[in-house]
Design a protein around this ligand. Structure first.
Ligand code: AR6
Ligand code: MG
Length: 315
């Protein structure tokens, strides 16, 4: 493993984690707004408004912390990290709020999520929005990545469509680390097990081929809080653009669940283009408190170090 490779991978880890946080913070001020309203809020250009991230990034931080501390997946510890980091002001979805409360009150971390939504579990995008560190850590092994993405997701989201969406997002991040943009859809289709996501991957291809309008993208792929209405939209936003800024601003401009679609697009794009491709002004405006920008960069570096050491058989 050459030094150039190590530097390149580290820049991609930083790109994915910072890119996710930046996309989240850019989308946060317009969350839930329709496309036209987003345009008017950002009418003077794509400036970072307040730079504050939401639950998406807070939970992504928990995943990274846990993977680093355990040199891999440890469900009980990951659930604990989610609970320790939990700040109600970050705007958590109702399902995730309930699961974390149940675990805090003593229910098993492995089963609490199964009680939600009449026993069906959540298919919200809350598992996918935070999954980037899993995509990074298992970037070289699709089987492990898939398995750990499901396990990580199941802590809060037990519906198959919630977990499959998160696994797809994780694999998109991994393929981006590997530099596989051209054949990303082919790879995603190979592993997508559900008809829902197979169908969505097909639609992404069709929309790319026909230079679709925003309205078409919203109606075919979605811009909502369900994983199947947002993960494919993030992948599309990455694939249609030629740089980090265009992909993330496009994702946010669609309206709807802008912070999460922005976060997921930012994570994939950052993993592909690397840290240097993220507009400096956005990074500088990103909050930098206790677990802010500096901490996120440190987590990306630590995650990368652990991964590289494992690859070199050092543990
Ligand atoms: N049946 C019916 N509706 C469902 C089901 C189901 N099985 N699963 C999810 N929903 P939730 P999240 C709907 O609450 O995924 C935050 O802003 C239901 O309306 O698990 O953690 C985040 O930043 C449910 O409330 O939250 C994300 O952007 C909603 O989907 C977003 O919210 C979301 O699922 C989702 O976060
Ligand atoms: Mg959010």
């Amino acid at each position: 493993m050459g030094l150039d490779f190590q530097i390149d991978v580290n820049a991609k880890f930083r790109g994915a984690m910072l890119g996710g946080a930046v996309g989240d913070a850019l989308g946060a001020p317009v969350e839930g707004h329709p496309m036209e309203k987003v345009r008017s809020v950002y009418s003077r250009g794509w400036e970072m408004i307040h730079g504050r991230y939401t639950d998406d990034t807070e939970m992504m931080i928990g995943i990274a912390e846990s993977l680093i501390a355990n040199k891999g997946f440890n469900g009980a510890d990951m659930a604990l990290k989610f609970i320790r980091n939990y700040n109600v002001k970050r705007g958590y979805g109702p399902g995730t709020k309930e699961v974390l409360r149940r675990i805090r009150e003593g229910e098993s971390w492995a089963e609490a999520s199964e009680k939600l939504f009449g026993g069906k579990g959540s298919y919200g995008n809350g598992a996918a929005m935070r999954i980037a560190p899993v995509g990074l850590f298992y970037f070289d092994t699709t089987d492990m990545l898939w398995e750990i993405a499901y396990k990580t997701s199941n802590i809060t989201h037990s519906h198959e469509l919630g977990k499959a969406g998160a696994a797809l997002q994780a694999l998109a991040v991994a393929l981006a680390v590997r530099g596989q943009k051209e054949d990303m859809l082919l790879k995603l289709k190979e592993v997508a097990k559900t008809d829902m996501y197979k169908g969505k991957v097909g639609k992404i291809k069709a929309l790319l081929d026909e230079s679709a309008t925003e309205k078409m993208v919203i109606s075919e792929l979605g811009n909502g809080v369900a994983a199947f209405e947002s993960v494919p939209t993030a992948i599309y936003s990455f694939l249609r653009a030629g740089n980090f800024k265009d992909s993330v601003t496009y994702a946010v401009s669609l309206g709807g669940d802008t912070d999460t679609i922005g976060a997921m697009t930012g994570a994939i794009s950052g993993a592909y283009y690397g840290e240097a491709a993220i507009p400096k002004a956005w990074v500088e405006r990103l909050e930098d408190g206790e677990k802010g920008r500096g901490y996120i960069v440190k987590l990306a570096d630590d995650l990368c170090q652990v991964k590289l050491q494992l690859l070199q058989g050092r543990y």
